[in-house]
Design a protein around this ligand. Structure first.
Ligand code: NAP
Length: 332
């Protein structure tokens, strides 16, 4: 059995990836800073602090691959303290994993490291691919650049390296943006944000785990890879599709000024929904990766299937109740 080490296994992406890899026949182990996690995780876990050597290093030797998905959430105000945590949690975990791999007598064949599609500039004129994309500016771009530089700084002769330039992943975890957007839509704020023309690149969580497995198994792919669906949409279209699936007829739009005030109140950054992320998966397409959910309506349909059946049950209950009420009236 091929042994895979996932750092950040306890997170949204890590949990789903670990389960998927296990289903595909891999032996999965995790690294976590949480000493209590061992009791609530089905995978063997090693404790680490994400920045220093420790007994966990022995597990890297002879592993088939290391996948690093560490990094505290960027959904916060970018004050000095949070900026430091966002940067450090990514750089330090990447650096120590690189050093651990370099120390191995039998190093892993592949090292896959998280990065982000936010590394590209705000693009409204043309899509960004791995070969044609321009780097952007600003704090989150600088973090992404330093993250990839740290990943690339060590020369590891026998280990293939891939950085995942992942777009927004759609899933039902509390760490995914989708439940937040759905909540806003249900409260009547599901209209477009800003002018609504900014592009929204996304990927279904199922296609995220499938594409990482694909990258693991296709040994001729290396370097940065855009992990995103091939059909990004505008923010206006995204919110429309979301309202449609949730059966919400109307959604108040959020003008830029309101968003700035709202983001301040919610302790987050307006950049997150306002930046135009127009990213296309050139490498995955060239290597003939097949998305299960290439289009947004299919992805949302799948993700809200449960909600939808709840709606249907609710509808049924309402029908039964009104039939019962009618029957009672007739008897009376
Ligand atoms: N979700 C998305 O849509 C998305 C899109 C693009 C890129 N990404 C990137 O992909 C990675 C995983 O995302 P996610 O959504 O799964 O995030 P998440 O749910 O917040 O999980 C993050 C993981 O990072 C670990 N971690 C946090 N701070 C750490 C530190 N200082 N040192 C070492 N480990 C630390 C945590 O592990 P323990 O607490 O168990 O140690 C946790 O498992 C992140 O780097 C994120 O920026 C995510």
């Amino acid at each position: 059995m091929k042994r895979i080490i996932i750092a950040g296994i306890s997170g949204f992406l890590g949990t789903h990836l670990a389960t998927h890899l296990k289903q595909k026949g891999y032996q999965v182990e995790g690294l976590t800073r949480n000493r209590d996690a061992a009791n609530c995780c089905e995978f063997p876990l090693q404790h680490w602090d994400g920045r220093n050597y420790g007994p966990w290093i022995k597990r890297i030797n002879k592993a088939h691959a290391v996948i690093n998905l560490c990094g505290i959430s960027v959904n916060c105000r970018y004050n000095a303290k949070n900026r430091e945590s966002i940067l450090k949690s990514r750089i330090e975990s990447t650096r120590i994993l690189g050093k651990a791999i370099r120390m191995c007598i039998n190093p892993p064949a592949t090292w896959i490291n998280a990065s982000t599609a936010t590394i590209y500039r705000d693009a409204r004129d043309r899509p960004m691919t791995e070969t044609t994309g321009d780097m952007g500016q600003g704090f989150s771009v600088e973090v992404a650049k330093m993250w990839e530089e740290t990943f690339n700084e060590l020369d590891l002769p026998v280990t293939r390296k891939i950085s995942l330039r992942t777009s927004l992943v759609l899933g039902h975890s509390k760490n995914s943006a989708l439940p937040v957007l759905a909540k806003l839509a249900r409260r009547g704020f599901g209209g477009h944000i800003g002018d609504g023309q900014q592009m929204f690149s996304w990927i279904h969580i199922n296609d995220f785990t499938r594409s990482v497995t694909f990258l693991l198994e296709n040994v001729d792919i290396h370097g940065p890879v855009n992990v995103t669906s091939p059909a990004p949409v505008t923010n206006r279209e995204f919110m429309f599709q979301l309202r449609k699936i949730l059966r919400i007829r109307f959604g108040l739009p959020t003008p830029k000024l309101f968003l700035k005030i709202g983001a301040w109140a919610l302790r987050t950054e307006p950049e997150l929904p306002l930046k135009s992320r127009w990213v296309l998966p050139e490498k995955l397409t060239q290597h003939r990766f097949l998305w299960k959910y290439p289009f947004l309506d299919e992805a949302l349909n799948n993700l809200f299937d449960y909600t939808q059946s709840e709606h249907n049950n609710l509808d049924k209950k309402i029908v039964i109740k009104s039939q019962q009420t009618r029957a009672t009236h007739k008897t009376a």
